[in-house]
Design a protein around this ligand. Structure first.
Ligand SMILES: [Zn+2]
Ligand SMILES: [Zn+2]
Length: 778
């Protein structure tokens, strides 16, 4: 009997069957078909593979056991850029395929197909780049199906060469052979190119005239070594590059770029160089080396190893490794760490079109290292850091966008959410995916606003998205809101305004597929609240559809509105007035005299006293600003969040005595009175207590406030899950402390891992809330 069943099993395994397999995810333009082709041949299977607009269709025929192994291999060793979301299979009787082949694509309208982000040069290409015997030796545009530009060169879909910015380059014979050979690493690699047929580099002077050079990259490297500033055309736009080791060069760049002290990003050749200047953990090393190649915030080793002008007042440096072959060639030749900052003046969007770059950057750059492969869409570098052992994005752009984010539900209607006002990104919901855009920027800027419009149009086209619902922020004065209003009106679509902090929390819940209600802690700069006041220190009980505001920081005046964001001393004044009433003037002057002129202070005092142009705010970000100013750290800022960042840099990671605060209960809701905190802190300041200690205590107190309020909410509502979102959670000290305190108190804590906690992440929250309000109205 036993023998018999063994024979049966054997027979079953050897039986010839046919399977139809569908693979979904990022499986096009990433070398998936040649991978399947080679795999099928390895396992002696016949059939075919083809792309359709949903993914990849495979038919295989052969022994059942071989097909099982084939499926196993798809799962365990897919090509590096592929992201497999789903593999489904169905069995059929064999039809007698003779061989295995790659069939041409089937076009299926109205189906969504993910597009790969731009990916750093792979190890195989890097080896060839520096191999004197390779025909692409030192070729600055070497790439293959596993690496290189994708999203930034695509004009339209389906993704093939004639619909990319590579269409003007005709492949030479050798490239063509590789392109058509399924066993080759460059089979159907759309940007495939070589010295003979592909794009080339040239060097221009500041007027755009060609500088004669046998090797433009060599000459560019010499310029940089001589202290010149170079504009370098990259994958998603232009960088400004210069020698990061010379303080006077870095200062010159600051002056010309009109960037006072916002940190510059660095590019270094390899890990060895990075470790010379920065502390690098294993997780940070992995993130730096990942094919997405974000800028990673790393603790600098000592204050003086690199000029402080790179990131004044900051313990961290933003560092990335080279990600294009051109970067590698340049960095190798310069052999110095480089500043690699976005090619723009001040806060404008980064230049990505050649003519625009020449005209906008010619006052800054001494020369231009350019090439003739067009950039279709502007994409900035991404910024990330490791928090609690895991990556947390500060800016999600190159290398990440437009990779779709999987939703926990199937959206039956397509939603477009236009995002916020600062750090804008937008988002489409389609099926069970959210497609979140690259970083658009601050919409105060007209260029950024038109980028938003163009971006929406581009995504609509390449991802087949026809929005049926539009979502925006509740704030009527956001440029994104106006754009959404117009879009909705023109297309007769419903427009759903979403509260800013609910969007923050919902975005995190959508990312984590959490459907139930949680405690949402949204500590942020500012966002319009339901009561028309400016919120920002909020405790919500929320899900992906609704929220209730159960606690918040006490309201104080925001003297001068927007102006108070740029001038933290105004917030200091506001807190002082709240604490000391009419007696505060002398003290205020004593504390703030070096930050503001007396006359100006009097004007603002008047605003506060009379409540003119001084809306009420519960913003946590503004509390940090006030404290930063009171401690004399920063009274005016040059970039968003500067006062809080410099306050954080002063604080130490230490459990400390914390300042008093009061939680006032009113009908099962809570208001956190922060005045005792600020007044205790001022007392210590006057006593001459060490600033570092005060800053440390302040951070620890804010973390204690979050713990206390979450505990109170748990007592009333029985909720034990906490979602942390909002710009304040970019503060790694607060984040670490809050996670520690909450988990020690038995809470389950959720942090962002896909989207940034700042306003760059709210579009997803807007989209899911609008969807749930419209579609799940029961
Ligand atoms: Zn490659
Ligand atoms: Zn070629």
């Amino acid at each position: 009997m036993v023998e018999n069943s063994k024979v049966l099993l054997r027979k079953e395994k050897e039986k010839i069957v046919r399977f139809h397999i569908t693979v979904k995810g990022i499986v096009q333009g990433v070398g998936f078909r040649p991978f399947i082709y080679n795999l099928a041949r390895t396992h002696s299977l016949s059939g075919y593979v083809l792309n359709n607009t949903r993914g990849v269709d495979i038919e295989v025929e052969g022994k059942r056991e071989d097909i099982e192994l084939f499926l196993e291999d798809i799962r365990i060793k897919p090509p590096p850029l592929a992201v497999i979301e789903e593999v489904s299979r169905e069995e059929f009787p064999p039809v007698g395929y003779r061989k295995f082949e790659i069939k041409s694509s089937r076009k299926d309208e109205d189906k969504f197909l993910p597009i790969s982000p731009d990916i750093s040069i792979c190890d195989d290409c890097l080896k060839e780049l520096f191999d004197p015997h390779d025909r692409r030796y030192l070729y600055p545009f070497i790439n293959c199906t596993n690496c290189g530009p994708r999203f930034t060169i695509i004009k339209d879909i389906p993704y093939d060469r004639q619909r990319t910015t590579m269409s003007s380059f005709k492949m030479c014979r050798d490239c063509e052979l590789e392109y058509h050979d399924p066993s080759n690493r460059r089979f159907h690699a759309q940007p495939n190119a070589c010295w003979k047929c592909g794009p080339s580099v040239k060097l221009l002077d500041e007027e755009g005239k060609r500088i004669k050079a046998d090797d433009p990259i060599q000459t560019a490297a010499e310029f940089i070594r001589d202290g010149k500033i170079l504009a370098v055309k990259g994958i998603g736009g232009y960088h400004l590059a210069c020698d990061a080791t010379k303080p006077q060069v870095v200062s010159k760049l600051r002056e010309k770029k009109n960037r006072v002290d916002k940190p510059f990003a660095l590019m270094m050749l390899n890990m060895e160089q990075i470790k010379k200047f920065c502390e690098v953990s294993c997780e940070e090393e992995r993130l730096l080396l990942s094919p997405r190649r974000p800028i990673v915030l790393l603790k600098r080793k000592s204050e003086d190893s690199l000029p402080r002008e790179i990131a004044p007042g900051n313990k961290y440096l933003g560092v990335m490794l080279p990600y294009t072959p051109l970067h590698y060639l340049l960095l190798k030749k310069v052999n110095l760490p480089l500043i690699m900052t976005s090619g723009n003046i001040s806060e404008e969007p980064i230049a990505y079109k050649d003519e625009d770059a020449l005209c906008r950057l010619n006052k800054i750059a001494d020369a231009f290292l350019v090439h003739n492969r067009e950039i279709q869409i502007r994409v900035d570098d991404s910024v990330s850091r490791i928090v609690e052992g895991k990556p947390m994005l500060i800016r999600r752009s190159r290398g990440y966008a437009p990779q779709p984010v999987k939703l926990g539900f199937e959206a039956k209607k397509c939603v477009l959410a236009v995002g916020g006002h600062l750090k804008n990104t937008f988002c489409f919901l389609k099926g069970n995916h959210a497609i979140i855009s690259h970083h658009i920027g601050d919409l105060e800027n007209l260029d950024a606003l038109s980028s938003l419009e163009e971006g929406i149009e581009h995504y609509r086209k390449i991802f087949y998205c026809e929005p049926q619902i539009i979502a925006c922020d509740m704030h009527p004065n956001y440029a994104s809101t106006s754009l959404a209003e117009e879009y909705a009106r023109k297309n007769s679509l419903p427009l759903i305004p979403i509260q800013h902090h609910h969007a923050h929390i919902a975005s995190l819940l959508a990312e984590k597929h959490i459907n139930e209600k949680v405690i949402g802690v949204a500590f942020d700069g500012s966002g319009l609240g339901n009561d028309k006041r400016i919120w920002g220190g909020e405790f919500l009980v929320a899900n992906q559809k609704e929220f209730e505001r159960v606690a918040h920081l006490r309201y104080v005046r925001l003297p001068g509105g927007e102006a108070a964001i740029k001038e933290p001393w105004r917030m200091a004044l506001s807190y002082l007035y709240e604490i000391y009433g009419d007696e505060y003037e002398k003290l205020a002057w004593k504390i703030l005299f070096h930050q503001v002129k007396f006359e100006k202070m009097s004007v603002v005092q008047n605003l506060i006293k009379k409540g003119i142009n001084s809306p009420l705010t519960s913003s946590a970000g503004r509390l940090f600003d006030a404290v930063s100013s009171i401690l004399g750290i920063r009274g005016k800022i040059n970039y968003e969040g500067q006062a809080a960042i410099e306050l954080e840099m002063l604080a130490r990671d230490k459990k400390e005595k914390f300042y008093p605060f009061e939680v006032i209960e009113k009908e099962k809701k809570f208001i956190v009175d922060t005045l005792p905190l600020v007044s205790a802190l001022i007392e210590e300041l006057i006593k001459g207590e060490d600033l570092q200690l005060i800053a440390t205590r302040f951070h620890w107190t804010v973390s204690q406030i979050i713990l206390r309020v979450c505990q109170l909410i748990r007592d009333y509502q029985g909720l034990n899950q906490v979602a942390l979102s909002g710009g304040v959670f970019q503060n790694s000290l607060i984040l670490k402390q809050v996670v520690y305190l909450l988990t020690s108190s038995g809470f389950k804590v959720f942090l962002h891992s896909i989207l940034p906690p700042n306003d760059g992440g709210i579009c997803l929250g807007q989209a899911v809330v609008a969807y749930n309000k419209m579609v799940n109205s029961s």
